[in-house]
Design a protein around this ligand. Structure first.
Ligand SMILES: *Cc1c(COP(=O)(O)O)cnc(C)c1O
Length: 418
């Protein structure tokens, strides 16, 4: 699939006159249309709700757009819970899917009415001690082994730190019931960034069967099943995107084959998508500021891994478009680098691109999720601004760039200690 930026060179130049590069920009129209497609794909399920994984894009303007589209939030820390609350999300629009959870975060989650998803059986005692067991509770399941679709191994739950074993989740449900829980949910996240229409249906089958068995074994009232995140996007142009309508139908089929005959046709389906909701609708916009000809050809840009960590951290591919040269031949091979004193600070390695001139504006694609959010301050580099491209083509800054004062804020009062 051809990867086309959602901004033109003219629009980028107009924005850069007000807000200098680098910055992340988000496409409101794309975000809304995609959220509506997801809703439509699961419209067959009466209680369906997407709880957007805040960690993917923790920016209030984005969360509020998603709230307008009927989404809740999925949080795993105090700050994410607080951000959701400040953005107007209320009980029961917040899911708390954390792990290795501090006591005070359970307390706060319970206080604001978030649905608590327990990662481990030992968390029951902590929760009971801290705030008591709420009426609605969820447990996270980890079946172990490997997770495969057809013959492809998609991920390795047996090595993942999350969730409870089969026998633990049964025991957990019995304990929680004894302690007063009334409505139960099951959650599981077994593979990440799946570019396959089969992931959710396969996961759904596992969880629907488990729900049916747990209901029989423990007699608890299972009211929702949370398929969590993991639906991916095609970062490379050779991959076809997932078809959310096909995915929704695949889950429906499993639902009708397993839950409906078990008298569980009123169970709600929840999702906690992050990447699928936002990744394609964000770009990192940066300018070429240096070219260097040594053993390889380098283009130095004004963004670095502090603005987008995925290439450095996972060797992840992010497509790059040179604005204004969309149709030029890709007859040059470059490493596109940032300024960190780390040789893995490269947005692209041996990438065929059009000839790049100094000052050219580069769009790095698919940065809308796990992009800005993973930013950090290594080498004293600062996080960029975030901008929303409105449906009418205008733009609004939704987060300012960090300044050195922000960087030094935690040193306030410490300069003269020694
Ligand atoms: C990260 C995460 C998600 C979102 O994952 P994506 O791959 O962005 O869809 C959902 N739920 C939990 C518990 C997570 O940790």
């Amino acid at each position: 699939m051809l990867k086309k930026p959602f901004i033109t060179k003219e629009k980028a130049e107009e924005i850069i006159r007000v807000i200098p590069t680098p910055f992340h920009i988000y496409d409101e129209k794309g975000i809304r249309e995609n959220a509506r497609r997801l809703k439509e794909a699961f419209a067959w399920n009466k209680g369906f709700k997407e709880y957007f994984a805040v960690k993917a894009t923790p920016t209030p303007a984005i969360l509020k757009i998603l709230r307008e589209e009927g989404c809740g939030t999925d949080c795993s820390s105090y700050a994410e819970l607080l951000m959701s609350q400040k953005c107007g999300f209320k009980n029961p629009e917040i899911m708390f899917s954390s792990n290795d959870t501090p006591e005070e975060e359970f307390r706060f989650a319970n206080e604001i009415g978030a649905i608590i998803n327990l990662d481990d059986i030992t968390h029951i005692d902590m929760l009971q001690k801290v705030c008591g067991i709420p009426e609605t509770i969820c447990c996270r399941y980890n079946p172990g082994g490997t997770f495969s679709v057809s013959t492809d191994i998609m991920d390795n739950p047996g090595d993942a730190k999350y969730g409870m074993t089969r026998s633990q989740i049964r025991e957990a449900f019995l304990r929680l019931k004894e302690l007063g829980a009334k409505n139960f949910g099951i959650h599981s996240f077994l593979a990440s960034n799946t570019v396959s229409n089969e992931y959710y249906p396969k996961l759904a089958r596992i969880l629907f069967r488990l729900a049916k068995e747990l209901k029989e074994e423990t007699g608890v009232n299972i009211t929702f099943i949370n398929l969590s995140g993991g639906i991916g996007i095609p970062y490379t142009p050779d991959k076809e995107p997932n078809d959310i309508m096909v995915i929704g139908q695949g889950v429906k089929k499993a639902f009708e084959e397993i839950l409906v005959p078990a008298g569980m046709g009123d169970v709600s389906i929840f999702t906690e998508l992050g990447r699928f909701m936002l990744a394609p609708y964000g770009h990192l916009v940066t300018r070429a500021i240096h070219e260097k000809h040594i053993h390889k050809e380098y283009i130095g840009v004004d963004a670095c891994a502090a603005n987008l960590m995925r290439p450095a951290m996972y060797g992840a591919y992010h497509h790059i478009t040179v604005l204004g040269k969309e149709n030029a031949p890709c007859d040059h091979v470059y490493d596109v680098t940032g300024s960190l004193c780390e040789n893995n600070d490269k947005f692209a390695i041996d990438r065929s691109l059009p000839e790049i001139d100094m000052g050219d504006i580069l769009v790095i694609h698919d940065t809308g999720a796990h992009g800005f959010a993973m930013g950090y301050n290594y080498n004293g580099r600062l996080r960029s601004a975030e901008i929303l491209l409105r449906e009418d083509g205008s733009f609004t800054e939704i987060r300012r760039a960090e300044t050195v004062d922000d960087y030094f804020a935690t040193l306030e009062g410490f300069w003269d200690i020694i």
